[in-house]
Design a protein around this ligand. Structure first.
Ligand code: PMP
Length: 448
């Protein structure tokens, strides 16, 4: 059987879809009614039944340079045949060194040290452990508490799930980590519905909730605050103007580390290389993944500033070696994919291209505001969220139906409950943005 015959048989035979336990998916429902992609090129997928689908979500917020990039393909092939694997525990090979050098040239401020992981979830748990270790190395071992936010998404590992604040992602798993609090989220549709770009003044004071937690627990017990500068998974939640600056100030006042989870916002999504650039706020630690390799090979990276790195290097003997790492930290094939991706980003100006495209997306997406059931439209850089009123008694149903209809009509869009999130590849053009929004508009009308 050729690969394409095997794909067809999976597309056609329900039984062949049984064994794969799919993540974040209602398995029975999907397996009865599958949506299968078999190829991709540029901003389009090809489905198992041969249709072209406009990729409105860059894979899963990751394929920033578009699909089928030959340069990455060739770099991966070359690397696999030259050096397929080599350990990085007390051993090394040149690629992660080269990649770290290249990356710290583009990271904000002095986020000058890179630790490699295999995913966003691993980056988050790595960052949280580094934060706690940092305080311990400096003799402040009582700082162990972690603070996230309501509606925050920081992956699915124990640390990330604990600081995460999406209710549905937690309730199957009990108490998770102790010593975690959540700041309020910043979504305020009543005040800010249909705002273009960042919500206007007002809302920055929500950062003051951190002072309340400091009062409650004492700063000497708090290690770090982690936030997504722009929350993606919860359905595109934007920070009010001045909010992140305020968080930074409060963290500074109390010796609390600030972690930006830039797994989605990193590598050009907001029209700047990183969200820290966009908001002009420098975290102590920054997590990334996804766009690092254009989503082509799994890889993540955590960046830290010199004070963090030095606390370990100069710390007591038992901290000089970070007791953390993955078999595949700095994997040669992933590193080769990342280096090729960075070449593409640089040559095509993709890390800032979103800034030029943002007005097109903003204009097009806000054109949806008068459609039935649309209660909010939000946008920043090359990200947009369209929130719909839930169908009475059936929350999330409308979002799913719109996603489903868009797929039938030729576009892949992400839904979170009744919110449609758009995050197309950064190579998309204004005409294609128009096509995407037209398909979404039609789907919204049809599901009214
Ligand atoms: N953090 C954020 C902000 C994310 O959006 C995601 C994934 N959407 C993650 C962490 C987890 O990344 P991964 O799925 O690669 O583990």
């Amino acid at each position: 059987m050729s690969p394409s015959d095997r794909h067809q048989s999976i597309a056609q035979d329900r039984q062949q879809r049984e064994a794969f336990w799919m993540p974040f998916t209602a398995n029975r429902q999907f397996k009865d009614d599958p949506r299968l992609l078999v190829a991709a090129e540029g901003v389009h997928y090809t489905t198992a039944d041969g249709r072209q689908i406009l990729d409105g979500q860059a894979g899963l917020w990751c394929v920033n340079a578009g699909h089928g990039r030959r340069r990455i393909v060739e770099a991966v092939q070359r690397q696999l045949s030259e050096l397929d694997f080599a350990p990085t525990f007390n051993m090394g090979h040149p690629l992660p060194f080269e990649l770290a050098n290249r990356l710290v040239e583009i990271t904000p401020g002095d986020l000058n040290y890179a630790f490699f992981t295999n995913s966003g979830s691993e980056s988050v748990d790595t960052a949280l452990k580094i934060a706690i270790g940092y305080h311990r190395a400096r003799g402040e071992g009582s700082r162990q508490r972690l603070i996230g936010r309501e509606k925050g998404y920081h992956g699915v590992n124990f640390g990330g799930a604990s600081v995460g604040g999406i209710v549905g992602n937690r309730k199957q798993f009990g108490t998770l980590l102790p010593g975690v609090d959540h700041l309020p989220h910043t979504l305020n549709i009543t005040a800010n519905a249909f705002t273009r770009g960042l919500p206007a003044e007002g809302g920055a004071e929500l950062a003051e909730a951190l002072e309340r937690l400091v009062g409650l627990h004492d700063a000497s017990t708090i290690a770090a605050v982690i936030v997504e500068p722009v929350a993606g998974s919860a359905g595109v939640v934007l920070p009010p103007k001045g909010y992140l600056k305020r968080l930074r100030e409060i963290c500074d006042r109390h010796g609390i580390l600030l972690i930006f989870d830039e797994v989605i916002t990193g590598f050009g999504r907001l029209g700047t290389p990183f969200a820290a650039d966009y908001f002009d706020v420098l975290p102590d630690i920054m997590t990334t993944a996804k766009g690092l390799t254009n989503g082509n090979i799994p890889m993540g990276a955590v960046f830290v500033r010199p004070h963090i790195y030095e606390a370990f290097m100069q710390g007591p003997e038992q901290f000089i070696e970070l007791a953390h790492g993955y078999t595949y930290s700095g994997h040669p094939v992933a590193a080769a994919a990342a280096l090729a991706t960075l070449d593409i980003y640089a040559e095509e100006g993709l890390l800032t291209r979103g800034a030029a495209l943002a007005p097109h997306l903003e204009e097009a997406v806000h054109g949806l505001r008068d459609l039935p059931n649309v209660i909010d439209v939000r946008n920043i850089g090359l990200v947009a969220g369209i929130e719909l009123a839930p169908r009475p008694g059936e929350p999330g149903k409308r979002g799913f139906e719109i996603h489903r209809r868009c797929f039938e009509q030729g576009a892949l869009v992400r839904y979170t409950g009744d919110i449609i999130a758009l995050s197309p590849p950064l190579i998309i053009n204004p005409t294609q943005i128009g096509e995407l929004i037209d398909i979404v508009a039609e789907a919204i009308r049809e599901t009214a």
